[in-house]
Design a binder for this molecule. Structure first.
Ligand SMILES: Cc1cc2nc3c(=O)[nH]c(=O)nc-3n(C[C@H](O)[C@H](O)[C@H](O)COP(=O)(O)OP(=O)(O)OC[C@H]3O[C@@H](n4cnc5c(N)ncnc54)[C@H](O)[C@@H]3O)c2cc1C
Length: 498
């Protein structure tokens, strides 16, 4: 479907029972026209002007269409290769708005996407021709220092969670780029600088409020709807729109020891081999990622470890000493640093400024054969704007049983990402081809993948990647979203309805 403009009624639209506008509508609808939108099955659905006016009137937020102020920003996601035009965007301002919009989506069986931070590489935070539920107005974090708990609105970004928690000397696991959405990151798992110490972000989820496909606002916790609570911790956006998350917080000093330590690029093999060994026996309060990066704009290629040590400062020098010894670093920027600042150190100045093509998979160990394969293909293959990246796992992530939450990949040591990033406007083709070809060489060393990073993955593989938790997830999906309204995600297909 092409770029949306306001379309008038008619032309092959699917027959849908009228939306119950008498509940809301009292004004005149002259500013809204009927439009065609796409249904969950790919057909066309006519959304008449009265129904749209009723919806607009029923919410405190905004209904945006192509041409509306704010529509262009709202439709975009971080990955600029994704260029989709929803027929309408509902910018919800509250859980009540979300209920209204989900009822509307359900009534028309509209193709429905949900956006929080818009970081999802596959572009699951938008859709072509359907309805986008944009949660960007629903941001806010309230910390209860007594109970060591944070309540976080469903559209919040990680920066606010870190900032508000650390203001009380508290923290929970969050990802390493602060403009990532709390929503997508938590529902898929949530790796980060503190995950080895406190578990995944989802392991710290105490409760969530969620609007399910029937328009009900439900509480999911150990005591209420425990099946849903289990599924939300790793099952992605499959079960509805989460309007609020409650997280367990932990005391932690604001100052940690962290930053980047750079090595000569020519020493890549030595550095990765050392890293593989060093990671085998590391305290849980130490987190180290390895990044090989050939930046765009012709800047010099870099090879570095990104470190965060949140243990006792007096032990830092001893714990970090091997990083400084095994090879002479080019530049050592590891220092006492404010944790919140460290969490922002990899942010982009314009998070929507680049095209991206990333492939990733989990590894349980960085074997010698994997190191050899990475190196063999490194030099000749690194394009400007390409990277290979090991994000570290292990520690507390491993201490939780596979069946305890929906996230099943507990045994992994790292998430390996091969990616190409380029300034938007350039031809994506050579960059994507580079990433695919490098990925094809190393993917045999991976076992399973992070659902939040799934990009161009076959839908059957997406299902089987939930491993032994799949059946239970299908049960929960079938109960709360039997028609698969929420399908733009690492989708769990519900059982066929009787
Ligand atoms: C630069 C970068 C760095 C990253 N770093 C990390 C990292 O350190 N650790 C890590 O674990 N991951 C990381 N990721 C991956 C990240 O977890 C995913 O991109 C995740 O999907 C981002 O969530 P979002 O809310 O920003 O995305 P969106 O694109 O807004 O949403 C992603 C998915 O989540 C669903 N969703 C979002 N919010 C809600 C909600 N409130 N209710 C229901 N469904 C919702 C959406 O429908 C969609 O399916 C990173 C990604 C990028 C691009």
């Amino acid at each position: 479907m092409k770029r949306r403009t306001l379309l008038y009624a008619g032309m092959g639209a699917a027959a849908v029972a009228p939306y119950p506008i008498w509940r809301y509508y009292s004004g005149n609808q002259s500013s809204l026209a009927s439009i065609n939108a796409v249904s969950i099955l790919g057909g066309e659905v006519l959304l008449d002007a009265f129904a749209l006016a009723a919806l607009a009137k029923s919410i405190k937020g905004y209904l945006l269409f192509s041409g509306s102020e704010g529509y262009e920003i709202a439709r975009q996601v971080r990955n600029r290769t994704i260029d989709k035009y929803p027929a309408l965007v509902a910018q919800c301002a509250s859980a009540v708005d979300v209920i209204e919009v989900v009822n509307f989506a359900n009534h028309y069986q509209l193709l429905t996407a949900v956006k929080c931070g818009g970081h999802n590489i596959a572009g699951n935070g938008t859709c072509e021709g359907g309805l986008l539920i944009d949660l960007s107005l629903m941001q806010g974090v309230a910390v209860d220092p007594e109970r060591r708990m944070a309540s976080v609105l469903g559209g919040s970004l990680l920066a606010e969670l870190d900032e508000k928690s650390q203001a009380h000397g508290l923290v929970t696991t969050a990802g390493t780029v602060s403009h990532t959405g709390v929503g997508g990151l938590t529902l898929g798992g949530g790796f980060g600088r503190l995950a080895r110490r406190f578990g995944l972000t989802s392991d710290n989820l105490l409760a969530a409020d969620i609007v399910t496909s029937d328009g009900e606002l439900r509480r999911a916790s150990v005591d209420e709807n425990p099946d849903l609570y289990w599924a939300l911790r790793g099952g992605g956006g499959n079960f509805g729109v989460v309007t609020s998350f409650d997280f367990q917080l932990h005391p932690m000093d604001r100052q940690v020891i962290g930053g980047e330590i750079y090595y000569p690029y020519e020493k890549a093999k030595e550095v990765i081999s050392f890293y593989a060994e060093y990671c085998q026996d590391m305290p849980d309060d130490l987190y180290v990622d390895l990044v090989i990066f050939a930046p765009p704009f012709g800047l010099k290629s870099a090879l570095y470890l990104d470190v965060c040590y949140s243990g006792h400062p007096k032990d830092a020098a001893r714990v970090l000493e091997p990083l400084r010894r095994f090879v002479k670093p080019l530049k050592d920027e590891i220092r006492p640093v404010d944790y919140v600042a460290l969490q922002k150190s990899s942010d982009d100045s314009d998070p929507r400024g680049t095209g991206q093509h990333l492939k990733s998979g989990f590894v349980k160990t960085i074997s010698k054969a994997l190191v050899d394969t990475l190196i063999e293909n490194l030099e000749s293959n690194m394009l400007r704007g390409s990277m290979a990246f090991f994000q570290q796992a292990g520690g507390a992530i491993r201490e939780i049983a596979t069946s305890a939450t929906a996230f099943p990949h507990r045994e992994i040591s790292h998430n390996l990402t091969i990616g190409a990033v380029w300034p938007s406007g350039l031809d994506p083709e050579p960059h994507a081809a580079w990433a695919d070809s490098y990925w094809n060489k190393v993917k045999g060393f991976t076992d399973g993948f992070y659902t939040n990073d799934a990009y161009g993955v076959d839908p059957v593989q997406v299902q089987t990647n939930y491993l032994t938790n799949l059946d239970r997830l299908v049960d929960v999906k079938s109960k709360y979203d039997p028609a698969n309204l929420f399908r733009i995600n690492s989708n769990i297909r519900p059982r066929p309805q009787a």
